[in-house]
Design a protein. Structure first.
Length: 595
């Protein structure tokens, strides 16, 4: 008797049939009661026009179940999960009187109870629920909430009197419905006039200079987003023009009532209100006018430790800056002062504050800086305290990796790296990195040793926070706030026992700077690489395809190179080119004959 086992193709077909039968056997309505309906479609109609905008569609809370080519895959995955697996497990366990006793004797009572929490009992169902999605059963409460969202959205766009309704349509498929959301907008409200009331004279002066660019203007349709954008714009402007403590909550808008207007008039009079600064004390809240602040003192703490006393600090003055340090100053003063974008008697600016933090961080010699401002008694002068914690001058790291590739059966890579920060006291950073790779080739290229691949090399890199370019002052068109850096590097690598073997030398001089937060420029003044093949005579042994094509040309019967007295010396007894001298000599002779 012969038994025929199914081959791989038959097994694949059987698997596909099983998967297909499983999918088709799934019932999308398994978790839907007879008196419930699945939401299969949402339609939004605004003044009878169908809306497909993603923002507006996101306002609808109850979405139809997702589908793949019309099939509710995730819904059916969800339906495969058990409703209450723990209860079902307990029912199964107690269904037969001796079942629990037998399992307890085999395992233990504790382990039997834990089976109800296991993956096969509970975990699998939880996983199916997480991967799948529950049925989108129609819930009119959620539908009403969606109407509220639509009403609020269009109300914020100036359609204060909009009305919303919904209707439900039965679809051809069993227990499926479509929900129609209908919005009637009505006439929008318009801004008839925009005035302002600002109690702080400094704020009023700045506002009059920038109000022409306001998001809120007379003649516009009411849009709440414009008011939000204007509050953010004004806050940014005030803080950037000296009012460092301005609070966005001080800005509000009021609608002015006008009894002379007709009842159904939809024109609005808006007043911008900017209140004074509010300061909360223990027992009360006081108010005072906002003022423009200028810097009086700028202090830079180069190696500050919050846990140690300030009495140990020494200081030196450089221009209008005071630099504090402990034992000795380990930085050139201009390296520190060039990273600060405000100076004595300059007006406070949020932009300068951000640029200062960004520039100091980019030096890569300090941890993230701390910047604290203190007001004086006149409430018009600021002291800037910049606290810097120096990174370690030296840092050493190593990496050890095991690798595998289409070239190597096995390889080990060792990469040490040494970094020396603030090399010349100008935030110059020097790094020396090395690498050593040993591996076993998938092909015996040279010898039979297991480790027959070797690569080693080193790179020396120096970078500093400025553009070095002979005879040109680049600060005029690449200022410090663009974070300019110059990078130079020298590298060497050697590869052995990988065919031709080679040694590589490279040198790079490049610059980079960032004109904006979203743009970074990289320019290489030169990038030179020199590669020397050490074992050129191995070329035709390593690159066999090239040799085979050359050998085919040499054996071309139409050319009859084999019987040429000048060329016969390059062939062996099998009429193949001799490697390597025969192949190289053949190429040289052919070149000379062609010339």
């Amino acid at each position: 008797m012969r038994i025929h086992l199914p081959n791989k193709k038959s097994c694949a077909k059987i698997s596909l049939l099983l998967i297909a039968s499983l999918i088709t056997s799934c019932n999308s309505l398994k978790r839907v009661d007879d008196n419930e309906m699945l939401v299969a479609k949402n339609t939004i109609l605004v003044d009878s026009l169908k809306i497909t905008d993603e923002i507006i569609e996101s306002l609808i809370i109850q979405k139809p179940n997702s589908d793949l080519l019309g099939y509710n895959l995730r819904l059916n995955i969800y339906n495969l999960a058990k409703v209450d697996p723990e209860t079902q497990y307990k029912d199964w366990l107690l269904r037969k009187p001796k079942r629990k006793d037998r399992l307890t004797n085999l395992l233990s009572e504790k382990q039997v109870n834990r089976l109800g929490e296991s993956f096969m009992v509970k975990g699998l169902s939880e996983w199916l629920k997480n991967v799948g999605e529950p049925p989108a059963v129609l819930d009119t409460l959620q539908t009403q909430r969606s109407l509220g969202r639509l009403r609020s959205y269009y109300g914020e766009k100036g359609y204060f009197n909009n009305t919303t309704t919904f209707s439900i349509d039965s679809l051809k498929r069993k227990q499926r419905v479509g929900v129609n959301y209908k919005v009637t907008l009505g006439e929008p409200y318009m801004l008839d006039s925009v005035s302002h009331n600002i109690t702080s004279s400094a704020i009023d002066s700045i506002y009059n200079l920038v109000k022409k660019d306001s998001y809120v203007k007379a003649g516009q349709q009411f849009d709440l987003q414009n008011f939000t954008n204007e509050r953010k714009r004004l806050t940014s402007i005030f803080r950037d023009r000296g009012v460092w403590n301005f609070q966005e909550s001080a800005i509000s808008y009021d609608m002015i009532s006008d009894t002379t207007r007709i009842g159904n008039d939809r024109n609005m009079d808006i007043k911008l209100q900017i209140e004074d600064l509010k300061t909360r004390t223990e027992n009360s809240i006081t108010t005072s006018e906002y003022t423009v602040f200028k810097f009086d003192n700028i202090n830079i703490y180069t190696d500050y430790n919050f846990d140690e006393s300030d009495r140990e600090l020494k200081f030196e003055r450089f221009g209008n800056y005071t630099v504090f340090y402990r034992d000795k100053l380990r930085f050139k003063p201009e390296t520190l002062t060039n990273a600060v974008y405000f100076e004595k008697d300059s007006v406070y600016s949020d932009t300068s504050r951000s640029r200062t933090l960004r520039q100091i961080s980019s030096l890569n010699v300090f941890k993230y800086p701390t910047l604290i401002f203190e007001e004086d008694s006149t409430r018009s002068k600021l002291t800037a305290n910049i606290y810097l914690a120096e990174r370690p001058k030296y840092s050493f790291s190593t990496n050890l990796d095991a690798t595998q590739s289409n070239i190597q059966k096995f390889g080990i890579a060792f990469s040490p790296s040494l970094q020396w920060r603030n090399l010349f006291k100008g935030a110059e950073n020097l790094s020396l990195s090395g690498r050593l790779n040993v591996g076993s080739s998938r092909e015996d290229i040279v010898d039979k040793q297991f480790f027959n691949l070797l690569e080693y090399g080193a790179d020396l890199k120096l970078d500093f926070p400025r553009i070095w370019f002979p005879l040109i002052n680049t600060k005029k068109f690449i200022p410090n706030y663009m974070l300019p850096r110059t990078s130079t590097s020298l590298g060497f690598s050697s590869q052995k026992n990988i065919g031709l073997d080679k040694r590589t030398f490279n040198g790079i001089l490049g610059y980079n700077w960032a004109p904006t937060n979203f743009t970074k420029n990289n320019v290489e003044l030169f990038n030179v690489q020199y590669v020397k093949n050490v074992n050129e005579d191995r070329f035709f042994n390593v690159y066999r395809n090239t040799y085979n094509r050359l050998n085919a040309v040499a054996n071309d019967p139409n050319e009859d190179f084999i019987n040429n007295p000048i060329l016969t010396q390059f062939f062996n007894s099998d009429n193949d080119l001799i490697i390597p001298l025969g192949a190289i000599g053949f190429i040289d002779k052919i070149d000379s004959l062609l010339v």
